[in-house]
Design a protein around this ligand. Structure first.
Ligand SMILES: NC(=O)c1ccc[n+]([C@@H]2O[C@H](COP(=O)([O-])OP(=O)(O)OC[C@H]3O[C@@H](n4cnc5c(N)ncnc54)[C@H](OP(=O)(O)O)[C@@H]3O)[C@@H](O)[C@H]2O)c1
Length: 267
């Protein structure tokens, strides 16, 4: 006899490590099956870890900085023949350094992954949610979304994009039953800093938030349909609040002290 799967389905990008892995774990613990995506084959190991308590997990290995990668994930989602209850658009990278010295390939790749893939996946997956009049969307922005970030100029701009896009889409969907939540982590202890070549910066060497705490706050806010959440520590919340009131040049100066190459070795 066929059994009816009553679990919901969540799609989580960037789920092989860091905040995304913990977001996927939160989903699994709260009754969601998963389609998870990352670029490298570690996504298969993450899937193995997430299969517990009857969670169905489908890993999709795809480079979301390319249209082909996005289309591969969308095809896998459609092939599941299941409605998507939650979309967590979290995959993101940095590529830090003085703008005059960063490679244009790295600059544009950040925009492709952090911005274009978010838009493309939302465009492909949100209409079905609206048709069903229910759904939860989480977009991982940053506390960097509300400040200029010298020495990480392109990254900061991509995160400003993510927050702006999330807030505007949220407004457009306000009467549809679909909510959009922006997750704004502060500095969080993940592979992000090494990948962005930021190990010698003050932001990378200072104490950072636990990605499990960040993900728990993000998941809870998403499920409540909140518009945004700054996560997770008090220090991060204060930094986020300061960004709302300080002038842009003041914020740029503060961020420069934390992001300038070599700043981690000064004190
Ligand atoms: N850590 C922080 O301090 C911090 C603060 C604010 C916001 N954030 C945001 O949090 C999100 C998650 O970052 P994290 O800190 O958890 O870093 P992370 O541990 O490096 O995780 C990044 C995830 O994105 C995936 N990814 C990278 N490039 C990809 C691509 N081309 N296609 C598909 N997946 C790709 C990675 O998979 P692969 O390894 O397979 O590439 C990994 O699963 C990002 O959007 C980041 O901007 C982080």
């Amino acid at each position: 006899m066929a059994t009816i799967n009553t679990r919901k389905l969540a799609v989580v990008t960037g789920a092989s490590s860091g905040i995304g892995f913990h977001l996927a774990q939160e989903c699994a613990r709260n009754g969601f099956d998963l389609i998870i995506c990352a670029e490298d084959d570690a996504i298969h190991g993450a899937a193995t870890e997430l299969v517990a308590d009857g969670t169905l997990v489908e890993p999709v290995q795809a480079d979301l900085s390319t249209p082909e990668g996005v289309e591969r994930l969308v095809t896998a989602v459609k092939a599941s023949l299941r409605p998507v209850d939650a979309i967590l658009l979290n995959a993101g990278i940095g590529a830090a350094g003085r703008f005059l010295e960063t490679s244009i390939v790295d600059d544009l790749r950040q925009i492709s992954l952090n911005c274009a893939a978010v838009v493309y996946l939302a465009k492909m997956l949100v209409p079905d949610m609206v048709a069903r009049k229910q759904g939860r969307v989480l977009i991982t922005a940053s506390i960097a979304s509300t400040t200029p970030v010298p020495y990480n100029a392109v990254y900061g701009a991509t995160k400003a994009f993510d927050l702006s896009f999330a807030e505007a889409l949220r407004y457009e969907l306000k009467d549809t039953g679909v909510t959009v939540t922006a997750l704004q982590p502060g500095p969080t202890d993940t592979a992000f800093f090494a990948r962005a070549r930021m190990e010698d910066t003050k932001v990378a060497t200072d104490k950072k938030d636990d990605p499990a705490d960040v993900a728990a706050a993000g998941f809870a806010a998403m499920m409540k349909g909140e518009d945004s959440v700054i996560a997770a520590s008090l220090k991060t919340k204060l930094m986020g609040a300061a960004n709302e009131v300080l002038p842009e040049t003041t914020k740029a100066g503060i961020q420069a002290r934390y992001h300038e190459p070599g700043s981690g070795k000064r004190d």
